[in-house]
Design a protein around this ligand. Structure first.
Ligand SMILES: [Zn+2]
Ligand SMILES: [Zn+2]
Length: 136
């Protein structure tokens, strides 16, 4: 099995993940743009039992447009959001792809909220167009 490590900027909050993600997506929504400070959010979803959590996290919760709560876990020292959980995907953890600091991490295959996509961001080939599940 592949073991991967995800961490915040300062390294205090880190995850050890065993095995492959079940879903890799990109989200163009304005909420993700504010949260990341970037024009796009990319995340990989894993089953919770694949993930070993270490370090301290502060949480922030918001309601998604679906009405489901999303809980973001970020480092209280450096502020990086490393992972989040949602009522819409219970039993799973979404991990920010950038936290792996691995340019060879597999590409997203799902794009959501394309209506707020920055015009200069091109989708990878084979990205399906719209997707029903708008939960990043
Ligand atoms: Zn940190
Ligand atoms: Zn989003």
């Amino acid at each position: 099995m592949t073991i991967r490590h995800a961490a915040c900027s300062c390294g205090q909050l880190h995850l050890t993940i065993d095995g492959e993600p079940v879903r890799i997506s990109m989200c163009h929504c304005l909420e993700c743009q504010r949260r990341t400070g970037a024009a796009i959010s990319n995340q990989a979803r894993f089953r919770r039992e694949q993930v070993t959590f270490a370090g301290d996290a502060t949480t922030w919760r918001r309601k998604a447009e679906s009405g489901n709560n999303l809980t973001f876990h970020f480092c209280p020292t450096c502020g990086s959001t490393v992972y989040w959980e949602g009522e819409g995907f219970q039993g799973y953890v979404a991990v920010a792809i950038g936290s792996f600091a691995d340019p060879n991490f597999p590409a997203p295959t799902i794009a959501v909220w394309e209506e707020s996509r920055h015009h200069w961001i091109n989708l990878p080939p084979n990205t399906p167009p719209k997707h029903a599940a708008k939960q990043g």
